[in-house]
Design a protein around this ligand. Structure first.
Ligand code: IMP
Length: 175
């Protein structure tokens, strides 16, 4: 990870932990301690999903979906389903757990797709939100941090599968 030296910290591990704790409390209260189904959007949301779920003292079921629309740092705009749901979400309170909302295309697609499975409720929780980049109307119900239009890495987020395991959110200063 030689390039790591050029990375700057945008959101530190401490800031992430503190904000995730707040989000967990808010979700726990909003759902009155009822069971929730988290749909973790692979692979970027794995760290966030785990850290959020650990802090919510209700029953949480986990489902996983993997879609792809990115090559390197660019969105192709075409969403492909790579891993589909395994369980039935009909009648369940569902929250989609996403790493970042960028153009909004992925979540617009996923929300429509998941609505067709007839959950009792469907919300979106995203760790990061790059509102400036939106091309689809997409408002997450829970947002960790609004961030500027920078390509960010770490805490699950990658560029060509690298940097996911950084414990903070970073960015390159020189781009
Ligand atoms: P959207 O469909 O454009 O909203 O993009 C959502 C997906 O793009 C996220 O789940 C990420 O996988 C990826 N993505 C968007 N912005 C970034 C970024 O700054 N760093 C890493 N991945 C990103």
């Amino acid at each position: 990870m030689e390039e790591e030296k050029k990375l700057k910290v945008l959101i530190s591990e401490e800031e992430l932990n503190a904000r995730i704790k707040e989000l967990a409390k808010q979700i726990y209260e909003d759902y009155h301690g009822q069971e929730i189904t988290f749909i973790c959007i692979l692979k970027g949301s794995i760290f966030f999903t785990v850290e959020l779920a650990k802090r919510i003292p209700s029953d949480i079921n986990f489902e996983f979906i993997r879609v792809s629309s990115y090559h390197g740092e660019n969105s192709t705009g075409v969403i492909k389903m790579k891993v589909d749901l395994q369980g039935d979400i009909k009648g369940k309170d569902v929250i989609i757990i996403e790493d970042i909302v960028d153009t909004g295309r992925t979540l617009s697609y996923l929300k429509e797709y998941l609505k067709s499975k007839e959950p009792k409720s469907l919300k979106v929780c995203s760790l990061l939100d790059k509102k400036e980049r939106r091309v689809c109307e997409m408002e997450a119900d829970y947002v960790g941090f609004d961030i500027p239009d920078k390509f960010v890495l770490g805490y699950g987020l990658d560029v060509d599968e690298k940097y996911r395991n950084l414990p903070y959110i970073g960015y390159y200063d020189n781009v």
